[in-house]
Design a protein around this ligand. Structure first.
Ligand code: SF4
Length: 436
């Protein structure tokens, strides 16, 4: 039996797909690089933007046309959306919330002996226990480790609490054991993921304590985490971030807007002033830390004056990078019912304004790296024969290495790179040596 899996969207979806792959392979399914002729196609979907949703409709149509016998399963953000179910009726075999993964065969009514779980197995693995499945990691040197699933925050524009349900967290010991095993097999970069890592809680362990336990694991590796909600970013967490050598020199924390009325309408539960003081506090505790953020432009009712507050916040806080998005209403959310009254043209120009500010602040931050020798985790080699990788501060670095070096000597390793050129959103340099 063969399967193919398509992942759309965020790190959480990638981590889910790795667990789906491991689960199917433990049930005698083998992975095929494309979906032609396979028995089962899983789509781990994203509903954050309309474009991501449209991709799913296109893919389902193509799969149905070219491989009509395949069972098609949709998991991820769109798995509970009734309008999507109606639209894809008859073309998708199963809409499966990810925590139902262990029941997949039962749900698909697959009665084959070698693909079916016993009822004990279903009971043992059902619910959020899908997180206990050891994933089939896609990379040997970088892994996403989910520490929980779901969200309690209900930001008014977001589908996640509806798609993934309320927050559920993994026991700290499970997470520590997974990270230990990854480090033992040579993994160099661990990214802890949850919709809001800062509200992690399991028995007496909160997120700062979890980070401390992970930082104490022996070995040469980096720890990243995402996403951080500003309202839950505590002084204790800042203390841990600034004192651990393993925790990367980068924090991603979403601001979304610089205007208090818009933040309230978004149900974000903090003010712009709180966000600014938070970033100042973090920078004071860990000078030089790279800060990246998310922002939405054109939220319902956002006036030009309100947008200018976001632009000012971007100028003042000088982010290293940001993911900006033009607001698009998502069915089932609170803001879906609000009037999407900012024109496409205004959304476009507002996003361009933020991008122009970011280009300046990104370049200014990157200039600090010029002529310096820095550590890079090499991730791969591009078509032009250059290597690429990331710094601890999450900067992308393109670099050349001596022609006689084999790619395996570079990729997947920490290497020292001398920075020769800086750009708005990246760095360029030359390989110096492997880091000891
Ligand atoms: S914190 Fe807000 S934006 Fe993030 S997943 Fe939860 S509801 Fe969505």
């Amino acid at each position: 039996m063969q399967y193919h899996i398509i992942t759309i969207g965020c790190q959480m979806n990638k981590a889910d797909s790795e667990r789906v792959a491991a689960f199917l392979e433990s049930r005698n399914y083998t992975y095929k690089k494309d979906w032609l002729g396979v028995d089962l196609v899983i789509l781990t979907t994203c509903g954050i933007r309309q474009s991501a949703e449209d991709r799913v409709y296109g893919l389902v149509n193509q799969i149905r046309k070219n491989n009509p016998k395949a069972a098609v399963v949709i998991t991820g953000c769109l798995a509970k959306r009734e309008d999507v179910m109606r639209r894809l009726k008859g073309r998708v075999d199963l809409f499966m919330p990810i925590n139902e993964l262990p029941n997949i065969f039962a749900l698909l009514k697959d009665c084959r002996q070698d693909g079916t779980l016993s009822s004990e197995e279903v009971r043992a693995l059902s619910g959020e226990k899908y997180l206990t499945i050891t994933p089939r990691y896609e990379s040997d040197f970088s892994a996403f480790v989910p520490i929980g699933n779901g969200c309690n925050n209900f930001c008014s524009y977001c589908v996640v609490p509806y798609a993934r349900g309320r927050e559920v967290y993994r026991p700290a010991t499970d997470i520590v054991n997974e990270v230990k095993a990854l480090v033992k097999r040579g993994c160099k970069e661990i990214t802890l993921i949850a919709q809001n890592v800062n509200s992690y809680k399991s028995a007496r362990t909160d997120f700062p304590k979890l980070l401390s336990r992970l930082s104490a694991i022996e070995g040469q590796f980096w720890i990243r985490f995402s996403s951080s909600h500003p309202k839950d970013l505590s002084d204790e967490l800042i203390k841990v971030i600034s004192s651990s050598e393993k925790i990367c020199n980068h924090l991603h924390v979403a601001v979304q807007s610089g205007d208090d009325e818009i933040l309230e309408a978004m149900n974000r539960k903090y003010t712009a002033a709180h966000f600014v003081s938070l970033i100042n506090k973090i920078r004071k505790a860990k000078p030089g830390i790279a800060i990246t953020t998310d922002a939405i432009v054109g939220f319902p009712g956002e006036t030009h004056k309100q947008f200018l507050k976001t632009a000012k916040l971007f100028r003042d806080l000088k982010f290293d990078m940001a993911y900006t998005a033009r607001y698009s209403p998502r069915p089932g959310t609170v803001s879906w019912k609000m009037k999407d009254n900012v024109s496409r043209e205004d959304k476009r120009t507002r996003e361009e304004t933020l991008t122009a500010i970011l280009a300046k602040t990104g370049l200014a931050a990157n200039k600090a790296y010029l002529k310096k020798e820095i550590t890079v985790l090499a991730e791969g080699k591009n078509r032009k024969g250059n290597y690429y990788g990331k710094t601890s501060s999450f900067k992308t670095v393109i670099f050349q290495a001596p022609a006689e070096m084999r790619a395996e000597e570079v990729v997947g390793n920490f290497v020292q790179v001398k920075i020769k050129q800086v750009h708005d959103f990246g760095l360029e340099g030359e390989y110096v040596k492997k880091r000891n």
